[in-house]
Ligand binder design. Structure first.
Ligand code: SF4
Length: 87
C-alpha cells in the first residue's frame, strides 16, 4: 500500500472516530428557547416523568427529547412548557 493511500485511510478513521463526539454533545437551542426549557423541575413535573423524554444511559444521565431533534443534553430534572405526563 502506498503512503498516500495509507494516510487517507488514517484520516478516514479519524473522521469516523470524531462523529460520535459531535453527535452526542448537542443542544437544540431554538427548540429549548421556544419551549422555555430549563434545567430544573417545575414542581413534580420534570423530563424524567414526561412522555417525550428519551433517557440517557442511566436515570441520572442527560438524555434527549422527542420534541428537540438532535439535542442530547436534556436533563432528567429539566422541564419545558411541552411537558406531558408519562402514562
Ligand atoms: S417535552 Fe419538555 S419536559 Fe418533556 S422531556 Fe422534552 S424538554 Fe423535558
Amino acid at each position: 500500500m502506498n503512503q498516500s493511500r495509507r494516510n487517507m485511510l488514517k484520516l478516514g478513521g479519524i473522521a469516523l472516530a470524531a462523529i460520535p463526539v459531535v453527535a452526542f454533545a448537542a443542544k437544540n437551542d431554538a427548540m429549548r428557547s421556544s419551549m422555555k426549557y430549563k434545567d430544573s423541575p417545575e414542581g413534580e413535573k420534570n423530563c424524567s416523568n414526561c412522555l417525550q423524554f428519551v433517557p440517557g444511559k442511566t436515570a441520572a444521565d442527560l438524555g434527549g427529547c422527542k420534541l428537540f431533534p438532535g439535542d442530547t443534553e436534556v436533563s432528567p430534572k429539566g422541564y419545558c412548557v411541552a411537558w406531558s405526563k408519562k402514562a
